[in-house]
Ligand binder design. Structure first.
Ligand code: ADP
Ligand code: MG
Length: 612
């Protein structure tokens, strides 16, 4: 029986990129195929716990690499789980992930598929970088039929009934002319040692008459002693796990002893993955029980705000024979999580001492990490203390909360913050004028998550955490400049309150402004203008807007002038126009849009012309 099947459109597109681009790092195909062979052994090892029948009859699991220099072929064999016909169709001919479009776009943007091929779960196709034809002979454990899958990587593949003695998979590559080196055993030995040493199963180089040779160390890296592991080995294992090509920013290898024992080898990458903020993004820890791979999809092993941590956790205290679903609810798991989280936070604390180094971590993962202030109730203060913020103190350098506190004024009892869309607009927010005048630092928060953690972290150490609109310190600025007449001001505020009654709840006089004629504020304790805007953008907010307060600066020449004009009936229209421009200006300073753009630009041009 033989059947011809066309590639799924995505696969064909992908193959086209793989086959028609030039790479210097072709050798990565071997790392990918060995990694698949190792995964296949993991799967069968797990299955054989329940069903002894399927375990290898003799010699254990292994991966055999057979080069043939004469025929210019290379075969990668494993005695793992193998594939049946459905597996071949569903896993080899199809890309399950919806991310192919992302992949193609990323390749176009970055020009390198080498970094991306593993991340997108398309490692198998890298075989076509070096092969003009690929034959897969495979038999699934516990089943009788074997299959041969053949493809030239162009438009489709063929599946043919085949004969194979034992379960597992042989992948035979017919090497392209420019890839003949991969049939050379010296070169092969070198790349296996360099890129696949960490694989826990023996990788055996089959040299024909010259015999067989195990090339790698073949023991689970995380169970070895720290002293026996080189930096390079740690890095290679990281690349294997994370499918990234970068170096890890943090490598953390430890053995926990006490009420529950486990080995952990954890990494924080130095760059963020493309899908850090995609809702379906899963955590990245592989769970082993006594060196048997259980799952990399155990929820709750790592809190969401640390979803960028990659690594392995191996414990012999967890039960092997319960289902993955049951394991999820196991109380020991939450103990492991607590232990692992506190180790990571401790390690981060150490690294904060070198600002430039810590900034690399922060720039890559800070926004996700800050979710922990909101999410991780038991470590809330700790996560906050590890977070960096822009502030009015220094234009370039970010600050920690502790540094902020160390600079606080003598009578200052709160950490003040303001929220908005971006730091440079925030710096010019009129609400900050009094704080600048008094030398009180304000944090400038610009991420949506900031609106959420500030709701729950209401104090830090002995300081309250407050939005500047709720500041209860004396921000009144002493000055002896000319001020508008009290009676006139009253008339002006009444006039504006009436004029803007559909947009603004109140018009008040403020002693807190130094430069701007006016500013927008909200009633104490109400939702900030920024949060309201965020919710509006997500269609979650329609009717319940906070009460806006338009604050006027009684020392500003424009306000003085208007207050003098407001009683003059002939000037009413002009006062109304200028008042509206003042409100629009205050809106712009808050990052809001003006209510009537046509009016705004027409009046602005008119006044500019008058002044010229
Ligand atoms: P990934 O390994 O990220 O899933 P690949 O493209 O490398 O992506 O492999 C696709 C799938 O093909 C694997 O998930 C697995 O189901 C199957 N597969 C590949 N190689 C083997 C093998 N040697 N034995 C069994 N299954 C395999
Ligand atoms: Mg793979």
């Amino acid at each position: 029986m033989s059947e011809k099947i066309e590639f799924q459109t995505e696969v064909a597109k992908l193959l086209d990129i793989v086959v028609n681009s030039l790479y210097s790092e072709k050798y990565i195909f071997l790392r990918e195929l060995i990694s698949n062979a190792s995964d296949a052994c993991d799967k069968l090892k797990y299955w054989s716990l329940m069903n002894k029948e399927v375990a290898p009859k003799s010699g254990g699991f292994k991966i055999v690499i057979t080069p043939d220099e004469k025929e210019k072929t290379l075969t990668i064999s494993d005695n793992g789980i193998g594939m049946n016909k459905e597996d071949l169709i569903n896993h080899i001919g199809t890309i399950a992930k919806s991310g192919t479009a992302d992949f193609v776009k990323n390749v176009k943007d970055n020009g390198s598929i080498v970094d991306l091929i593993g991340q997108f779960g398309v490692g198998f196709y890298s075989a076509f970088m070096v092969a003009k034809k690929v034959e897969i002979t495979t038999k699934k454990a516990g089943e009788k039929k074997a299959y041969l899958w053949v493809s030239d990587g162009l438009d489709g593949y063929e599946i043919i009934d085949a004969k194979k003695q034992s379960n597992g998979t042989d992948i035979k590559l017919f090497l392209k002319d420019d890839a003949k080196d991969f049939a050379d055993s010296i070169y092969l030995r070198h790349i296996i040692r360099t890129y696949s040493d960490h694989v826990e199963y023996p990788i055996v180089l089959n040299l024909g008459k010259a015999g067989e040779e195990t090339v790698n160390t073949a023991s689970a890296l995380w169970t070895r002693n720290k002293g026996e592991i080189t930096d390079e080995q740690y890095k290679e294992f990281y690349r294997h796990l994370s499918k990234n090509m970068d170096d890890p920013w943090l490598t953390l290898h430890f053995k926990a002893e006490g009420s529950i024992e486990y080995n952990a080898l954890l990494y924080i990458p130095s760059t963020a993955p493309y899908d850090l903020f995609q809702p379906d993004r899963q955590q990245n820890l592989k769970l082993y029980v006594n060196k048997v791979f259980i799952s990399d999809k155990i929820e709750g092993l790592m809190p969401a705000y640390l979803r960028f941590v990659k690594g392995v956790i191996d414990s012999s205290d967890l039960p092997l024979n319960i289902s993955r679903e049951m394991l999820q609810q196991n109380a020991l798991l939450s103990k492991i999580r607590q232990g692992v989280v506190s180790r990571i936070l401790k390690e981060l604390k150490k690294r904060t001492k070198d600002y430039d180094d810590y900034l690399k971590f922060w720039n890559a993962f800070g926004i996700a990490f800050k979710e922990g202030i909101y999410e991780d109730f038991s470590n809330r203060e700790e996560v906050a203390s590890l977070s960096l913020f822009a502030s009015t103190n220094d234009k370039l350098r970010l600050t920690t909360l502790d540094e902020y506190i160390s600079r606080a004024k003598e009578d200052q009892k709160a950490i003040y913050y303001i929220t908005g869309d971006d730091v440079s607009t925030l710096r010019h927010n009129p609400q900050l004028e009094a704080f600048k005048e008094k030398g009180i630092e304000v944090l400038l928060l610009t991420h949506p998550i900031d609106e959420f953690w500030t709701q729950v972290l209401t104090s830090y150490k002995t300081f309250a955490v407050k939005h500047i609109s709720t500041a209860d310190i004396n921000l009144k600025i002493e000055r002896n400049e000319k001020k508008a007449d009290e009676g006139d001001l009253k008339k002006l505020t009444d006039f504006m309150a009436e004029l803007f009654k559909s947009e603004v709840g109140k018009v008040e006089i403020s002693e807190k402004l130094t430069k701007s004629p006016a500013a927008l504020n909200v009633e104490n304790g109400q939702m900030s203008i920024h949060l309201e805007r965020l919710m509006r953008n997500h269609q979650q907010q329609t009717a319940f807007a906070s009460t806006r307060i338009l604050e006027l600066n009684p020392y500003h020449p424009l306000i003085i002038k208007l207050s003098e004009m407001v009683s003059n009936d002939e000037k009413k229209n002009e006062v109304a126009d200028v008042s509206r421009l003042i409100l629009d200006q205050a809106k712009i300073a808050e990052g809001e849009t003006v209510s009537d753009a046509a009016f705004f630009s027409e009046k602005l041009s008119q006044y500019i012309l008058q002044s010229l």
